[in-house]
Design a protein around this ligand. Structure first.
Ligand code: 5GP
Length: 120
């Protein structure tokens, strides 16, 4: 089930609010909501409302430039709203070896604790 086959994902149901989520930020293009299985005190996912082929960052094309910028800026808005502007991490897992499990592009915004580098 966790393959990049272009099929709808659980995030479509979160966007349509068929599945409830704790929304942190929303506009016409972007939705940010708390991860159901947080790995840090703050763990928010930022996703495009219109996937438009962006199952993973590796599928990005030139035409996705605008939404990619909007997602990154939304990550900054989330960091401010969550009170972690001083220190936070933005992660995109791309593909099986990077542990991507949902094939709808998403940014993880992580913070509220000391992060470590390199990540595992
Ligand atoms: P990935 O492993 O693909 O980078 O991240 C997918 C993330 O989506 C995981 O951190 C997982 O906990 C989160 N997730 C999966 N299903 C749901 C859900 O139904 N609701 C919420 N809020 N998060 C989810």
């Amino acid at each position: 089930i966790n393959a990049d086959n272009g099929a709808p994902t659980i995030f479509d149901k979160i966007i349509s609010k068929e599945i409830p989520s704790a929304i942190v930020y929303e506009d016409d293009k972007v939705l940010a909501f708390k991860d159901i299985n947080p790995v840090a005190p703050v763990h928010v996912l930022v996703i495009p409302k219109f996937r438009d082929g962006l199952t993973q960052l590796g599928k990005a094309e030139q035409r996705h430039g605008e939404i990619l910028g909007q997602l990154l800026y939304a990550a900054r808005i989330v960091a401010e709203k969550e009170g972690i502007l001083e220190g936070f991490r933005v992660v995109i897992n791309n593909g099986p070896s990077a542990c991507q499990s949902v094939y709808h592009l998403h940014l993880h915004v992580l913070g509220g604790r000391q992060m470590h580098w390199p990540p595992g």
